[in-house]
Each structure stands twice: as C-alpha cells, then as structure tokens.
Design a protein around this ligand. Structure first.
Ligand code: 5GP
Length: 200
C-alpha cells in the first residue's frame, strides 16, 4: 500500500471543513466498490450521482447509479451551466450536477467518482477539492482482468488499456495516489486522507 501526497494545496482556516472529494482511477481498479463502502461507513459523506448519456447496464438503476439522460438533454444542461464538470468517455458524456454538489457541501462532504479529465476540471474551479487517484497494483493484472472478463474483443481491450495509460499518466497531478492491492487497507487509507483534510 502506497500513499503519496502530491502538489500544493490552499489551506482553510476552518476546523472540520466539508470537503469535496474526487475519486478517480482506471477502470477495473475498484473505484465503485470503494466509493460504495465509503458512503456506507461514513454518514457524513454524500455520493454525487452523475448524469450520463450511456445506456444502463444490467442491474443499474436510474437515480441510484446514474441519471440516464438523452444527448439532447445533456446538451441543454451544459448550455444552462448545470454541470460542475463534464467529459466524454468512449463516445458517451458524463457530468456532475452542480447544484446538488454545492447545496450538499453546506452540510456534508461530497464524493465524486469521476474520470481524470473531470477531476482536473474540478480542481481548477475548487482548488480545495481533494483529488485521490486509485492505482492498480500492476498494469498486467488489469489487462488480465479485462481479458478474463471475456466480454470484449481484443481491439476493445487495447482501447481500454490506452485509456488506462492515459489516466495513469495524470497521477502526479492528483493530490494523493492510493494503490488498491487490498480493498480494506485502501478504504482505510482513503478515510485517513479525508479525516486529515477535514481537520486542516
Ligand atoms: P462507466 O460508464 O464505466 O460507469 O464510467 C466510465 C467513466 O466515467 C468512469 O471512469 C467514471 O468514473 C467516469 N464518470 C462517471 N461519472 C462521471 C462524471 O460525472 N464526470 C466525469 N468526468 N466522469 C464520470
């Protein structure tokens, strides 16, 4: 387990501030599982539900996993300034609802589970946001996991690996890097970071 503090951050004078936490990392690294556990175990953290134009996967629910909307509605929301950030990922759009995040931050910490482009965009507008990138123990393992899943062609797997390389190339721009080689330890490390940041 590695925990690395990167970059400078502006400090606040408040004790126990509510923090905007961004959790990113390449697909298959366990982001979703860690985000879910964090919410279950910490009542003061609220998860932001993103809007997306992709179709729901089996088992996904509208309003729980995402707000599944049409491209035209997404475009309208962009034009109305309704997103804190948004980005395109494999031809689908994903965006963080701005008003929910701003309102919720008044009372709680807010967790965004978003990609690196989104995370860096958030940091531009909210320098106090805490950017945490989850890293796989090895790239080989991620590739093997994708191959084992056996739901995608090799060409698609290679595309995903390119995307993973891209996400990892931005890791130094994140405030913290946490390697997820053991789920429980990784969750503890993320909780420790949030605790420290709240007390800054
Ligand atoms: P998936 O389609 O697998 O659920 O998500 C694809 C990628 O989009 C993941 O890296 C996920 O973290 C990211 N993502 C989900 N919601 C948002 C969002 O609101 N904004 C951005 N920038 N990325 C998001």
């Amino acid at each position: 387990m590695k925990l690395k503090r990167l970059g400078n951050k502006s400090k606040t004078l408040n004790n126990k501030r509510n923090v905007l936490i961004v959790l990113s990392g390449p697909s298959g690294v366990g982001k979703g599982t860690i985000a879910k556990k964090l919410i279950e175990q910490n009542k003061n953290i609220a998860l932001s539900i993103s809007c997306t134009t992709r179709r729901p996967r089996e088992g996904e629910l509208n309003g729980r996993d995402y707000f599944f909307i049409e491209k035209s509605e997404f475009k309208n929301k962009v034009e109305q300034g309704g997103f804190l950030e948004y980005s395109e990922h494999f031809e689908n759009f994903y965006g963080t609802p701005k008003q929910f995040v701003l309102n919720t931050l008044e009372n709680k910490d807010v967790l965004l589970e978003i990609d690196v482009n989104g995370g860096l965009e958030v940091k531009k507008n909210f320098p106090d946001a805490v950017l945490i990138m989850l890293l796989p123990p090895s790239l080989e393992e991620v590739r093997n996991r994708l191959i084992k899943r056996d739901t995608e062609s090799l060409a698609k797997i290679n595309l995903r690996m390119d995307r993973i390389d891209y996400e990892l190339s931005k890791k130094e721009l994140y405030d913290y890097n946490v390697v997820n080689d053991d789920l429980k330890t990784a969750i503890k490390e993320v909780e420790k970071i949030i605790y420290q940041e709240k007390n800054k």
